[in-house]
Ligand binder design. Sequence first.
Ligand code: XIL
Length: 640
Amino acid sequence: MRAWTRLAPVVAAGLAAALLVPLMDAQADEAGPVTVVTSTFEDGTTGGWVPRGAEVLSHSTTVAHGGTGSLAIAGRTRTWEGPVLDVLGTFDKGVRYTISVWVRLATGSDSARLSVERRTGGTASYDQVVGNTALTAGAWVNLTGTYTLATDVEYLTVYVETASGFGDLHLDDVTISYVPDTPIQTDIPSVKDVVAEFPVGAAITPAALLGEHGKLLAKHFDSITPGNALKWDATEPAEGTFRFADADAMVTFAKAHGQAVRGHTLVWHNQTPAWVFLDANGNAMTATPENKALLLARLEAHIRGVAGHYGADIPVWDVVNEVIDESQSDGYRRSRWYEITGLDYIRTAFRVTREVLPNAKLFINDYNTNVPAKRDKLHALVALLKSEGVPVDGVGHQMHVNIDWPSTAETEAMITTFVPLGVEQQITEMDVSIYTGNGESFPAPPADRLLKVAYKYRDLFALYRRYATEITSVTVWGLADDDTWLDTFPVTRKDAPLLFDTRLQAKDAYWGVVDPSKIGTTTPAPTPTGGATAGACAVTYRVTGQWQGGFQGDVKITNTSAAALSSWTLGWNFTAGQQLSQLWGGTGSQSGTTVTVRNASWNGTLAPGASTGAGFLASWTGTNPAPSAFTLNGTACTSA
Ligand code: XIL
């Protein structure tokens, strides 16, 4: 789920009235979002919302975000009590919905989050749509996130809850919409046919099997890696209770489409439930012989349960993941596994997996294996394990890389280093970030970065293919840019690291793999923030008041194109150290120097020639120059 940092909007009535021209009744253009739920609470009812527990919901005219009505939530005695909307008959599987709500806390302070509860066969699951977002008394705060239902359910609701308190809430201006899938391109070569030297895979989340996503997955890839569905927290959330529904669906899909499945992962320090490391008395394990025996027994039972469930259906496993830490002189990551068992967890994991699956290929998988220090520590561990007779068949190189790093030469050295060990090598998690540092953030991927992504794919795939005798499969960590873990790791910002864009269309990166002579021939996807089409724009930026350390400003945006916009994202850079602190007329965030402002629920639609805007408070030191350039939905604007 994408979760942009949000600043509490401040309703500055006078300024807002002068600046903002909401166009309430303009129609979305054809490619734009389809709205399936609107709750404005202007009709005197609670709009179908019900309480989650014993709290009381009523229609209110005391406060409103827009218009005069809202929904009041009072008498809460538990944090999870809040307004609930039934969306069972509304949401279709495989469709990515954008959910936007406005929440107001009456008194005190707290945080609110937006979630989905779904039930299948009586078992409830809770999915976070927007994480905890700060609330302050009397201020309307927007929560916007996206959600895709991937399983059959008999119960499905959207709800708001708080993090810590039971304060009275108001809810208003709820919209739920989706952008219809663009059909995939069927007239372009399949990646798996062009790259015939080894299977090419994609890591996936459950929704990737459905609709156009499923068609894209089947057309281009001959291998699937469940991105999370085989991890310990997914498969054995409680001791001895195994859950395989998500991964089973992926294996079924793979079989139906003649695809292989890579198993990821049996042992890791992340996404492992807390119970695994509790001792016989329920306390955190310390490094004792008893705890070591208990932990290794749990490890063995887990592997027998998971690898045994799939048998020959999953013939290659990342048995252990990320066990190297090159900053340790011995190179061994100080995980709970290592602290309690030393290297025995690795030995046990490989031995047991081999016993369960005598014919499977067993991998040790890690990231940054191109970095010489890490590469050499991994090499030393594999050499040690092999000398002991531990059944390691292969080394997995994750290859989470970026546009500038690593070089082809360094990547080649990574491959050649492991050749003397006689192990297979696989590229297991490749993606190419458009960012080279944590301080960068773009509202939409700039064209030059997308080209660099394409060149990186071109160069690294060419290298992998030259080493096809060593490299036995290459997997990219995601199907398309609408669902990439890099949107929230290591910081929240839109990334574009894969072969297909947010509308599932082939990017230059795809051509980098398939036919580099065609790099530069694709049209970048429009902004990923809700289906708006990019258009020409004009922006006026004003500083309306300035004092020591602070200033107030506003921006006016005019859609100078011939097409209506259905949502907008404005971007600029504060290059002199200015820092946005509050914003109204939209939601604002700043990452590094990059400011990103997205429309509010009521001013996203902009007809040709229409204007809207936002106001803000920010801090400054030294100088306070106006930004020199703006982008609207990823397109450069003229400023005035
Ligand atoms: C990532 C998943 O893609 C995310 O959805 C999840 O929140 C965190 O893990 N290295 C790995 C993968 O080995 O398991 C990680 O997958 C990405 C980094």
